[in-house]
Design a protein around this ligand. Structure first.
Ligand SMILES: NC(=O)C1=CN([C@@H]2O[C@H](COP(=O)(O)OP(=O)(O)OC[C@H]3O[C@@H](n4cnc5c(N)ncnc54)[C@H](OP(=O)(O)O)[C@@H]3O)[C@@H](O)[C@H]2O)C=CC1
Ligand SMILES: O=C(O)C(=O)[C@@H](O)[C@H](O)C(=O)CO
Length: 281
């Protein structure tokens, strides 16, 4: 298995990314610097996270050239619409201290459930991303939390198809219908909360499997994503766990174990859903 995936436009993307939600406070870049030292070269941030400044600082301080890194950010719900999204993009670049992004995503579809023209808002925002892409200011564009029902109207009128869909994915919540739709349309799926926000760490099936393979439960979850063709974005504040989460290429899960993980009943779900207000799992 390769340590990179290739997007539909030919861009290479490191096969494991570092999730930055709650990985930094203000401009304190310590966790992000530790992730760079550990070997992470792909970082997932968003204007919503408040981690762009700290990430920019960690990258500036590490001394490596910008081209070594793959940086993703996202348009938040309050930044939707053509002009707002262009402004949000510039603000993200300024906070990150860079003049381009590798990937820019719409964070959530239909941000305002009260509006009847939500699909139009998704499309207006998408036009902004298309223009940024055509202008060479971002190397790839995509979406996050889009289900097939959100992707369909987008694909029907897009001049540039999304290259990525970042969704919640882990054993116990695999969203297979969205995976199938994305595979059929050349869209790379990324996994958010690939360890189920630590809710899966004591799951009996995962614990048994981890013991058998001599790895951790987190590594089972992350390797499961990779073997499903899904790019995991684990977050850890701990350097030992950061390193563990990159160490995924020296073992592989047998077909019957993949099938058992695929068949796991719902577990570790965050309770977030793009078509509903947050619901308790
Ligand atoms: N697009 C979207 O809407 C969303 C995107 N995301 C993205 O996905 C990223 C990851 O998701 P997140 O919700 O943070 O959840 P994760 O599934 O990555 O879980 C993070 C938790 O797991 C723990 N952990 C990490 N590695 C290990 C390990 N090897 N062993 C034991 N425990 C471990 C961490 O603790 P510790 O830090 O102490 O190690 C933390 O509590 C986010 O940071 C963000 O970039 C997340 C949610 C929504
Ligand atoms: O983390 C993200 O990317 C989000 O979109 C948030 O919704 C996050 O998942 C959250 O938990 C907000 O309470």
């Amino acid at each position: 298995m390769n340590d990179t995936f290739r997007l539909s436009n030919g861009q290479k993307i490191p096969a494991v990314g570092f999730g930055t939600y709650k990985a930094a406070d203000g401009e304190d870049a310590a966790v992000l610097s530790a992730a760079v030292d550990c070997g992470y070269r792909h970082f997932d941030t968003a204007s919503f996270y408040g981690t762009e400044r700290a990430l920019g600082r960690a990258l500036a301080e590490c001394g490596l050239p910008r081209g070594e890194f793959f940086l993703t950010s996202k348009v938040w719900k309050t930044e939707m619409g053509y002009d707002n999204a262009l402004r949000a993009f510039d603000a993200s670049l300024a906070r990150l201290g860079t003049d381009y992004l590798d990937l820019y995503l719409i964070h959530w579809p239909r941000p305002d459930l009260e509006r009847s023209d939500w699909a139009a808002l998704d499309l207006d925002t998408w036009r902004a991303l298309e223009d940024l892409y055509e202008a060479g200011r971002v190397k790839a564009i995509g979406v996050s939390n889009f289900l097939p029902s959100h992707l369909e109207p987008l694909l029907a009128s897009a001049s540039v198809a999304p290259m990525v869909d970042q969704i919640e994915f882990h054993p116990g919540y695999t969203q297979q219908a969205t995976l199938d739709y994305c595979a059929a349309h050349g869209i790379q799926v990324e996994a958010w909360s690939p360890i189920g926000r630590a809710r899966l760490l004591s799951d009996p099936l995962l614990t048994e499997m981890a013991g058998r393979y001599g790895v951790s439960v987190a590594q089972i979850c992350l390797r499961f994503a990779l073997q499903k063709g899904v790019l995991p974005l684990p977050k850890s504040a701990n350097p030992d766990r950061m390193a563990q989460n990159l160490d995924l290429f020296s073992f592989s899960l047998a077909e019957e174990d993949m099938a058992a993980l695929d068949a796991m009943p719902r577990a570790g779900w965050s309770g977030e859903h793009p078509d509903r207000e947050r619901v308790r799992p």
